[in-house]
Design a protein around this ligand. Structure first.
Ligand SMILES: Nc1ncnc2c1ncn2[C@@H]1O[C@H](COP(=O)(O)OP(=O)(O)OP(=O)(O)O)[C@@H](O)[C@H]1O
Length: 239
């Protein structure tokens, strides 16, 4: 059984085929990385999976049940959470209040879920701060914490480490792997190829709205087409 699946999914904007015939299947308890150059359709695929853009064609399945007509808000109740490429926090609320918004999306949020999300993401010292007082890296952590506060089974992350330094990236990679070991299935979009190799169990490479390679990180980053298309150098996978 897969957690989430896209079958022949297409999202066209007029003549622009942002996503065009993508098949994707996420297995439970694994981190799948989505790799590809700017404009290859990664964010649009995430938006399609989270029902934020209408499909031009295709089928979406959650636990084997079709959901391509579901309302985006219903996905949180079904255990799907996401973070966005740009930080979307409410500026007048504290860090703790922003994280609590995630828990409020669930009808019966488990006790302690907000504190747990804050603790896991290393935000304990800034719970009373407002987003405007935080570094960019810290505000991205709040995004992740808010998603975790929804108690997701599936987490979709759009460039969660963008703008972070190497040490912060490493911490996020470790956090995602810990969450994976606890059973959280993840789809991760990142441009940092080494971070993807270190973090992901499976990789999918996109180009021009289509999947051009998928497999283990070692297979995908050494794929000659992937290397030629956009890696620009030979990556050696230790995965
Ligand atoms: N709302 C929209 N209207 C028109 N075209 C769009 C829209 N959103 C995305 N596109 C186009 O669709 C294509 C795929 O964009 P998308 O943002 O999904 O790529 P991406 O792989 O996420 O890129 P990046 O790595 O820069 O985030 C691009 O050509 C983009 O310009």
């Amino acid at each position: 059984m897969t957690v989430i699946e896209a079958r022949d999914v297409a999202v066209h904007y007029g003549g622009i085929k942002a996503v065009d015939g993508v098949d994707l299947a996420l297995e439970p308890g694994r981190i799948c990385g989505l790799l590809g150059p700017n404009g290859s359709g990664k964010s649009t695929l995430l938006a399609a999976l989270t029902r934020l853009v209408p499909l031009t064609r295709g089928t979406l399945l959650l636990d084997g049940a079709e959901y391509q007509n579901a309302a985006p808000a219903s996905l949180a109740r079904r255990g799907v959470a996401r973070t966005f490429q740009t930080v979307r926090l409410l500026p007048d609320l504290t860090v703790a209040e922003n994280v609590r918004l995630g828990a409020d999306l669930r009808r019966r949020a488990p006790a302690g879920v907000v504190d747990d999300a804050i603790e896991r993401t290393g935000l304990g010292d800034v719970v009373r701060a407002r987003p405007g007082e935080l570094s960019y890296g810290m505000s991205r952590r709040v995004e992740i914490a808010r998603a975790l506060a929804t108690s997701p089974r599936l987490l979709l992350l759009d460039e969660p480490t963008a703008g972070m330094n190497q040490a912060e990236r490493q911490e996020i990679s470790e956090l995602l792997r810990r969450l994976r070991d606890e059973g959280l299935t993840q789809l991760l979009v990142e441009h940092d190829v080494q971070l993807m190799i270190d973090t992901c169990d499976d990789l999918v490479a996109m180009n021009f709205g289509a999947v051009v390679a998928h497999g283990s990180p070692a297979e995908v980053v050494t794929d000659p087409d992937v290397q030629r298309a956009y890696l620009g150098k030979k990556w050696r996978a230790h995965a």
